[in-house]
Design a protein around this ligand. Sequence first.
Ligand SMILES: Cc1cc2nc3c(=O)[nH]c(=O)nc-3n(C[C@H](O)[C@H](O)[C@H](O)COP(=O)(O)O)c2cc1C
Length: 186
Amino acid sequence: MKTTGNTDKFFKEIKDELKKGSTQKTHPFRYFTLGTVGLDHFVRLRTVVLRDFSEELKCSFYTDYRSKKIIHIKENNKVGLLFYDPEKLLQIKIEGLANIIKGKAKEEEHGQTIQEQSRKEYTTALAPGTPLKDAAPLEYLNEENHFCVVEVTPYKIEYLKLEQPEHIRVRFSNRNELWNGEFLVP
Ligand SMILES: Cc1cc2nc3c(=O)[nH]c(=O)nc-3n(C[C@H](O)[C@H](O)[C@H](O)COP(=O)(O)O)c2cc1C
């Protein structure tokens, strides 16, 4: 994955920080905001955990296959990801295409990294978002689970750092496997 021009160091910073977000539990990029827009045309936002950041810049998270975000992604796989580091005043915005991966192989590959309690979250008898009379107790399924992985392949990445004397804003666009970076007015 190559970039062109003098924006390279910002691209490297993005990759380094996202990698840390996927591997370090306390890193501010560990959690990000995922935006989806389904057929209803309403944007829906939620926090998810960055589980993996690959060499190809794919960002992965885990979810329940029955959740609204999956319905949205099936209707429209163009999604937005928002990362923010309040200490560095660094914001990364990603636009990408989401791919839902379900099945035993993926589950086993990622299974090692999921703790027992988290695993349980994908086995509720009722789908996420179903209204309840009371907060607890929840009923769980024994055999079945609705775990899936969503991989987002970015096609646009925007870097913004607020600093003095001037803020820095860089937009990276992917064309034919080549990332092109350009500075923007912040
Ligand atoms: C700190 C935090 C981390 C979360 N991580 C995830 C996650 O990794 N995957 C997920 O599906 N939901 C996660 N959630 C819950 C989502 O924010 C959201 O409420 C839920 O997935 C339902 O969203 P939906 O109805 O739009 O699909 C997290 C919530 C919080 C507060």
